[in-house]
Design a protein around this ligand. Structure first.
Ligand code: PFF
Length: 459
C-alpha cells in the first residue's frame, strides 16, 4: 500500500532530545521519588538500576529497531514486517494494542499534567502561601473535588499537546523539545543546588544507596519493573514511532544507552532535589502520591525563596509532562496520517477530542463519578475508579504485554539478518548478548510478570 512520506528528525541529537523528553516525565520526578520512598530506598534503587541495564536498554533497542526497519509507524511496521508469515494477523493485533496503550496512558496522564499546570499558577498567585500542613491537603482535596478545575487544566494540557503535534516533527516536536528540555535541565540543576544548601544531602545519600535487601520481594520486583518500563516509555509505541523517524545512519545502541542513562540520571537527581528537603524538615518519605502535591508545598512555603523554587519545581514537572504527552499522542496521529486516513492536522484534532473525553472521565472519576466501578468481576481492580483502572491496565498490564511481544517479534519472528543490519553492532558479543536477552530472558521474566499481573503468580 502507498504510504504518505513521513518527516524525519533533522539529526541524531534531535531524536535524542525528543526521546529523552519522552522518557523523562511525571514518572521520574513525581512517581520515582515516592515509589523509592514507599519501598524503603537503597535496595529498590539498585534493583531498578539492574532492570534498566538488563531489560530496559535491550528493549529500547528492540523498539527503535522495529520502528526504523521500514521507517513506518507501529501498526504498519508490525503488519509489513510480518508480511507473508502465517502469524501476521496476530502481529497486526499486537500493532493495534501497541497503538492503543499510549492513548490509555494519556487518559490519566493528561489529568496529572493538568494538576501541575494548576499548581504553577496557584503558586504564582500566592494561593499556596502561608499554609499549614493540613491546609495544603485541603487545597489538593479541593482541586480533586472540583470537576471544573480539573477539566479546565486537563483541557489546557490536551490543547498544548495537540497543537504541538499538529505542526509536525520538525516545526512541532523538535521545536518544543529544543525549548523545553534545556529549561528542564536548568531548573533541575537549580533545585539540586537549592536543596544542597538547605542540608539533608548526607541522609539522602544514605537513604538512596544503602541497600537493605530484606525489603525486596516479588512485589518490589514487579513494582521496579513497572516503574522502569514506564519511565523508559517502553511498550507504548513511543520508541517505535520515534525510531521510525530516525535517519538510517544513526546508531541505535548508542542512542538507546543515551536515553536510558539520561532518564535514570534525572530520576536519581529528582530524588536529590526532593529528599533533602523532606529530611531537613523531619518529614516522612512514605506519603505516596501526596509527596509532591501535599508535602512539598508546605515545605516550600516555609523555606527561604520557597515560593520561587516552588514555582520552578512545578514548572519542571509541567515541562517534563508535556514532552511526554507529545510522545504518547504521536503514534496514533502518525498511523492515521501514514495510512492516508486523515491529514496530520485533522488527525491531531480527532485524537485530541477522543482523548479529551477519556481524560474527562478520569477527571470526573475523582468526584462525580467516584462511585462508578467498571470492572467488578476481578478482585484486584474491583475497588478502582476509572482513572485508577486506566493507569493499572495501560501502565502496568499493556506495557508489559506489548514489550513482551516486541521482544518475541524481533527475537523469534523477524530474521536475524534484519536486526543485525539495523543495530550495526556486527556479529559481535554485544549483539549476541542483546539477542539472548530478548529471545530468552525477556519472554521468561516479562512473561512471568504478566502472569503475576493477571493474579496467577506463584513465587
Ligand atoms: N516515560 C514517561 C514518564 O516517565 O513520565 C511516561 C511515558 C511516556 C510512558 C511515553 C510511556 C510512553 F510511551
Amino acid at each position: 500500500m502507498a504510504h504518505v512520506n513521513q518527516e524525519k528528525w533533522s539529526s541524531g541529537t534531535a531524536f535524542l532530545l525528543a526521546a529523552i523528553g519522552s522518557a523523562v516525565g511525571l514518572g521520574n520526578i513525581y512517581r520515582f521519588p515516592y515509589v523509592v520512598g514507599e519501598n524503603g530506598g537503597g535496595a529498590f534503587v539498585i534493583l531498578y538500576l539492574g532492570i534498566v541495564l538488563f531489560f530496559g536498554i535491550p528493549l529500547v533497542m528492540t523498539e527503535l529497531t522495529i520502528g526504523r526497519r521500514r521507517q513506518l509507524p507501529p501498526f504498519t511496521a508490525f503488519t509489513e514486517l510480518s508480511e507473508g508469515k502465517k502469524s501476521q494477523p496476530f502481529w497486526k493485533f499486537i500493532g493495534f494494542t501497541t497503538i492503543l496503550t499510549p492513548l490509555g496512558i494519556l487518559g490519566f496522564y493528561f489529568v496529572i499534567a493538568g494538576w501541575t499546570l494548576n499548581y504553577v499558577v496557584s503558586l504564582i498567585t500566592g494561593q499556596l502561601s502561608d499554609l499549614q500542613e493540613g491546609q495544603t491537603q485541603a487545597v489538593f482535596a479541593e482541586m480533586m473535588d472540583s470537576p471544573g478545575t480539573l477539566i479546565f487544566w486537563m483541557t489546557l494540557s490536551v490543547a498544548i499537546t495537540a497543537f504541538i503535534i499538529s505542526r509536525g516533527i520538525k516545526a512541532g516536536l523538535e521545536k518544543a523539545v529544543n525549548i523545553l528540555m534545556p529549561m528542564l535541565f536548568l531548573i533541575l540543576v537549580l533545585l539540586v543546588i537549592y536543596s544542597f544548601f538547605n542540608g539533608g544531602i548526607k541522609e539522602t545519600f544514605e537513604f538512596m544507596f544503602t541497600p537493605d535487601f530484606e525489603k525486596i520481594n516479588m512485589r518490589t520486583v514487579l513494582e521496579a519493573t513497572g516503574q522502569a518500563f514506564f519511565s523508559l516509555s517502553l511498550g507504548s509505541a513511543t520508541m517505535l514511532v520515534y525510531g521510525s523517524y530516525l535517519p538510517k545512519n544513526e546508531s541505535i545502541p548508542k542512542l538507546a544507552c543515551g536515553v536510558a542513562f539520561a532518564d535514570t540520571f534525572v530520576a536519581l537527581i529528582a530524588g536529590f532535589a526532593i529528599f533533602p528537603i523532606i529530611f531537613t524538615n523531619g518529614l516522612e518519605l512514605d506519603s505516596g502520591p501526596n509527596l509532591v502535591f501535599v508535602t512539598l508545598p508546605v515545605i516550600f512555603d516555609q523555606m527561604p525563596f520557597g515560593q520561587v523554587f516552588g514555582i520552578l519545581f512545578f514548572l519542571l514537572l509541567a515541562f517534563a509532562a508535556i514532552t511526554s504527552t507529545i510522545s504518547l499522542f504521536e503514534p496514533a496521529v502518525s498511523n492515521l496520517e501514514e495510512r492516508g486516513i486523515f491529514t496530520r492536522r485533522k488527525a491531531s484534532l480527532v485524537v485530541g477530542l477522543g482523548l479529551w473525553c477519556l481524560a474527562a472521565l478520569s477527571a470526573l472519576s475523582m468526584n462525580v463519578l467516584s462511585d462508578v466501578r467498571l470492572l467488578t468481576f476481578n478482585d484486584t481492580v474491583a475497588g478502582k475508579n476509572i482513572m485508577d483502572i486506566l493507569e493499572y491496565m495501560s501502565a502496568n498490564g499493556m506495557m508489559l504485554f506489548n514489550s513482551l511481544f516486541a521482544g518475541i517479534f524481533l527475537g523469534w519472528v523477524l530474521n536475524r539478518k534484519e536486526a543485525l543490519e539495523e543495530l550495526g553492532l556486527g556479529d559481535s558479543i554485544l549483539f549476541k548478548f542483546w539477542r539472548g536477552i530478548i529471545k530468552f530472558v525477556v519472554p521468561i521474566v516479562v512473561g512471568y510478570l504478566i502472569i503475576d499481573f493477571l493474579g496467577y503468580g506463584f513465587i
